[in-house]
Design a protein around this ligand. Structure first.
Ligand SMILES: *Cc1c(COP(=O)(O)O)cnc(C)c1O
Length: 419
């Protein structure tokens, strides 16, 4: 092997790792275009074959032939709870404590409102300046609406969060895995620190569910939300999810009190009476086609052991970091993700001063990651379908784009609406 170029030697090694990968058969369950190295499953998961078939069946059989009867016959009405139970198993939620519904942003509004109402007299909502903006925007909107002087207090550095947890703080709202850097919080430790000061926690699992092991019950989290279209592969705009600890079921109330959260929606009572448990956090009619796609997409997890998934995720990320640092040294990249695996989710980010154009050039050559302002190249690793050979190939294409300065071409400079 010694006579081979480093490039082909590492490609052979990658192929050998793929052959020994206990999760390798799962890639077959996805439709992935030929010639594409897809490293953006953290933004939009790939299409599961089962979801494609299920959507077709939902549309033609359940909707087309079953019509209104499908609410009962095809179980449409139970989808939020049924899909929620599948997600609940992936994030360690107690039975019946998680529903699939609405979008992450809307779910944040509901759980934040519920949490603030459980902490009267306290004004602070602590989060991070580096949190995903929609999470912060939802706090702003809710605080303005509530008109009780609630205010967002933002940590500039994750290490400062604990010191901000004082007796005036109602809620600690954090995204478990940071969308830009992939940095992962210690959920159990921060939840404990918050609760010792009487503070409720809201965890956003957008980049955690299906990406890293999560145990909401064990961490004693109060509320959580997360995304259906990232590592859960539910399709563009898939329903999100919402978790409420059983400790709060009796008292938690949410403001979007629609009929799907009513104790008896088909009694058509004049007054609102919330359902028992987390079902009271539903609002209106679920999006059945999207919910069906997510439902089918989640079946792949029946065959996945989360510990194996995490092992592969760490190995993929480490292979990428090592590959980039070995092959792209001196080409302007700086690692923006934590180097220690236990502090990182299933993505790796690098900064580059021309990050946007570099990513466009990569995409044109079939390596699909994404760009996050101002200067981040983001690569997501989905152990269900990402192979070690994809990592090896992505490293070489990245090297080529940087070394040749191909990214300087005019066509890579103009920013599109979605980056
Ligand atoms: C992706 C993501 C969202 C998306 O919210 P939507 O309401 O689905 O648009 C929210 N928060 C975080 C942390 C995310 O990563």
């Amino acid at each position: 092997m010694d006579h081979l170029e480093p490039r082909s030697r590492s490609r052979d090694e990658a192929l050998a790792r793929d052959a020994a990968d206990p999760l390798r058969h799962l890639r077959e369950r996805f439709e992935l275009p030929d010639g594409v190295v897809y490293l953006d499953g953290n933004s939009l998961g790939a299409l599961p074959r089962a979801a494609k078939d299920r959507v077709a069946a939902t549309v033609s059989r359940e909707w087309g032939r079953g019509l209104i009867g499908s609410w009962n016959e095809a179980g449409w009405v139970d989808l939020p709870a049924r899909v929620g139970a599948k997600i609940g198993r992936l994030v360690g939620a107690e039975d019946g404590s998680l529903v699939a519904t609405d979008s992450t942003s809307v779910n944040l509004f509901k759980v934040l409102a519920a949490a603030l109402a459980l902490a009267p007299g306290r004004r602070g909502v602590v989060s991070e300046a580096s949190n995903f903006p929609t999470d912060l925007y939802m706090v702003e909107g809710l605080a303005a609406l509530a008109g009780q002087g609630h205010e967002l207090r933002l940590a500039q550095d994750p290490e400062h969060i604990e010191a901000m947890l004082d007796g005036d703080v109602a809620v600690l709202m954090l995204t478990h895995v940071n969308y830009r850097t992939g940095r992962m919080h210690d959920m159990a430790a921060l939840t404990k620190a918050a609760q010792e000061r009487g503070i409720l926690t809201v965890w956003d699992l957008a980049h955690s569910a299906g990406a890293v092991p999560v145990d909401l019950a064990d961490a004693r989290a109060d509320f959580a939300v997360g995304c259906g279209y990232k590592y859960l592969n539910g399709g563009p705009g898939a329903p999100a999810f919402l978790y409420v600890s059983p400790r709060h079921w009796a008292r938690a109330a949410q403001p979007l009190s629609g009929w799907f959260g009513h104790a008896a929606p088909f009694r058509f009572d004049v007054g609102y009476a919330p359902a028992e448990g987390v079902r009271r956090f539903l609002t209106g009619t679920p999006s059945v086609i999207g919910m069906s796609a997510l439902d089918a997409a989640l079946d792949v997890w029946d065959d996945v052991e989360m510990a194996r998934l995490r092992e592969k995720s760490v190995a993929l990320c480490e292979a990428f970091i090592e590959g980039v640092e070995a092959r792209c040294a001196g080409l302007g990249l700086t690692l923006a993700s934590p180097r220690e695996a236990h502090r990182r989710g299933s993505q790796v980010s690098f900064t580059h001063e021309a990050a946007y154009a570099v990513m466009q050039a990569l995409i044109e050559r079939g390596v699909v990651g994404d760009f996050r302002a101002p200067d981040i190249l983001r690569f997501g690793f989905t152990p269900l379908y990402t192979r070690f050979v994809d990592v090896a190939d992505a490293v070489e294409v990245l090297r080529d784009v940087l070394e040749s300065r191909a990214y300087e071409a005019e066509r890579f400079q103009a920013r599109r609406a979605v980056t």
